[in-house]
Write a protein that binds this ligand. Sequence first.
Ligand SMILES: [Zn+2]
Ligand SMILES: [Zn+2]
Length: 214
Amino acid sequence: MNGMQRRKELVSWLEEAGTLSTSEIAARFEVSKMTVHRDLDILEERQRIRRIFGGAMALESTTNAWTEGEPPEQKEAGESEKCLICYRPATQHLLYGITMENGERKLACCPHCGVSAHLMFKEQIRIAITADYLTGKPHSAQHSHFLLGSAAAPCCHPSILTFENLEMAQRFQTGFGGQLGRLGDALRFLEEEMILHREGESCPHCAAARKKNS
Ligand SMILES: [Zn+2]
Ligand SMILES: [Zn+2]
C-alpha cells in the first residue's frame, strides 16, 4: 500500500472510529509511529482530520467522539452521562472526554474533573479531548489553553476552563481573572489545591459524591 492509499484508508477508518491513537494506526498499517505522524501532519494540513493528544480525531464526527463506544442504554433520551470523578451529569460546553489505554471512553463534567482524572489515571489515559468553554468545540486537551482558578465557576471548584483560542482565553481572563496555562500547569495547579485542601474538599460536589460512595 502506498502512502496515498494508506492516508485515504486512514481517513475512512477515522470517520468510523471517531478517534484513533497513533499506536493503533501504526499497528494496523504496519508502519512506524514516525510515518503515522507524517501522515497525520499531511492530513491535518489538508483539513481532513484533526490531531489530538496521542492520536487523531475525525472532523465530521467530533460530536460523536464524546460518547462513542459507550453502551447505548446510557445515551437514552434525557439521561446525560455522569462524570467519572464526581458523578454530576456532563454538560456539552464543559465536557472533557478521555480515552483510556484499553480503549474505554469516559466523560468528565468539566476540565476540573478532567484534570483530576489525569492525576488519578496518569499514563493510562491515551487521548484527552476538551470542549472550548465559549463555543463548545471539542479539541485536544494537549493543545488547549487552561484558565485556572478564575471567578467563573460554572461546575466544580476551583474552576478550570479550557479555550481553544489563546486570544479568547486572555479576553475571558481579563474579565474573570485566574491564571492561564497548559495541561501541565493545570495538573500542578490542581495537585497543589488538593494538598492544600485535602482530597476533594475544595470541590463540594466532589466531596459529596465521595461521601456517598464511601
Ligand atoms: Zn465532575
Ligand atoms: Zn465539574
